[in-house]
Design a protein around this ligand. Sequence first.
Ligand code: 5GP
Ligand code: ZN
Length: 114
Amino acid sequence: MADPCIFCRILRGELPGQFAYEDDYLVAFRDIHPVAPTHVLVVPREHVESLAHASSAHRELLGRLLEAAAAVASREGLAARGYRVVINTGTDSGSEVAHLHLHVLGGRQLRAMG
Ligand code: 5GP
Ligand code: ZN
């Protein structure tokens, strides 16, 4: 049976897509439905269901994810004007994909959050 997790399938190279960045711990690729001129997802190779499922064993990984988000933003030319990093968690956030990921958003003035 095919892996039900779309991001695990992308990580294994089963779906077309190009990685904007990758290392031993994580990959970054463009969101299929961008909501900003730059919309990149930073995704750990390990299948962690959400931030709520992360434990102290993931401390280093969580640090690496944030570090990669900043590096991707910088590489995309967002550092000077600024950007937003979002982690949707659980039903109320509207999260669609149950595999931890960070959204890196920028390239336009982002609205206040609410
Ligand atoms: P969430 O709502 O869970 O925080 O974010 C999931 C994101 O994954 C959404 O912004 C959605 O557009 C994106 N997404 C869903 N399926 C795919 C896919 O197959 N490829 C890519 N590149 N992005 C996807
Ligand atoms: Zn997964």
